[in-house]
Design a protein around this ligand. Sequence first.
Ligand SMILES: Nc1ncnc2c1ncn2[C@@H]1O[C@H](COP(=O)(O)OP(=O)(O)OP(=O)(O)O)[C@@H](O)[C@H]1O
Length: 353
Amino acid sequence: MTLLYDAGVTDRGVDVSFEVAEGETVALLGPNGAGKSTVLSVIAGLLRPDRGEVVLDGRALTRRPSKGAAPEAQVPPHDRHVALLAQEALLFPHLDVRDNVAFGPRSRGLGREPSRGVADRWLAEVGARDLAARKPGELSGGQAQRVAVARALAAEPRLLLLDEPMAALDVAVTPALRQMLRRVLADQTVVLITHDALDALLLADRVLVLEGGRVVEEGPSAQVLAQPRSAFAAQLAGLNMLTGIWRDEMVVTEDGRTLAGQALDPVPTTGDAVVAVFRPHTVSIFLEPPGGSPRNVLAVSVTDVEPQAGHVRVRAGDLTADVTARAVAELDLAPGTPAYFAVKANEVSVYAT
Ligand SMILES: Nc1ncnc2c1ncn2[C@@H]1O[C@H](COP(=O)(O)OP(=O)(O)OP(=O)(O)O)[C@@H](O)[C@H]1O
């Protein structure tokens, strides 16, 4: 086990324990104040717990005294082999992009030119090679976050901590950034905080749901989000997930429905088992099949109409749409109403299972 976390911070009421295996990405989900940032701060060494220990690769990063236990430890943040990536990129403003990324290797004692070589490799990896000579002030938010990812990974951390890495960004750039993270995080050991079910599903192997400073649910991402047991996961999830086979650049489900979508890395090949996933609020509902723009159209029968905060959740078998109360009234939707759920192909992510 790479990371063993078993610690409590009394005045925040946060006490959890979990493990992260080598190469695994674990997402921490939970409502505001659940304790996600507290856990990340303890791992990063920014906060000292009152109880317990954090062990990375067998080395105690933090250990509080307890009867009969090993001696106390508190390794300083810079010596933990842990990199923390926050919502804001926090690059050094006076260094260009290449030297920002070369900072980690330089600090490890590598010479200037080899460090820049390492930086260029990581910049290429995150799709930011052409930004090498720019100053951070000349980057968009999405570009800066790519560079921040390269900088964190160039330092070769044993553990990467991501605190809502896409929360501060324009929604237009998040799909490309998510795709990049999915690629570069594949072989890293990662703890990721997110409020987004899609990020948890596409980036994490496993999720831990925290509520009130405790772990209330834990399991493989797809399982927790498809069959949530905690109230929070249920509210968050509601993601549409259709399993099928990849054929002619389309997902074909067992019952013959077809969906076009954006295939994520590693791109599936014909015959692969795949999952198509899309958010309920990207679904529009029609009473007649809509024409015009290229959309996936699924014939359904409404099974449930459930008012929620700010919208109405309309279920139709295994599919969910979040629409306005006005739309529900105009379409006169009720259990049993035959309808069409439409979703644009660029809202559908497809990945191989
Ligand atoms: N700097 C602080 N000083 C004292 N208490 C804090 C501090 N930051 C957070 N808390 C408290 O600790 C508890 C856990 O908060 P934490 O920030 O870890 O939750 P979170 O899950 O990260 O929430 P969010 O999603 O809002 O970031 C909450 O009760 C919160 O009020």
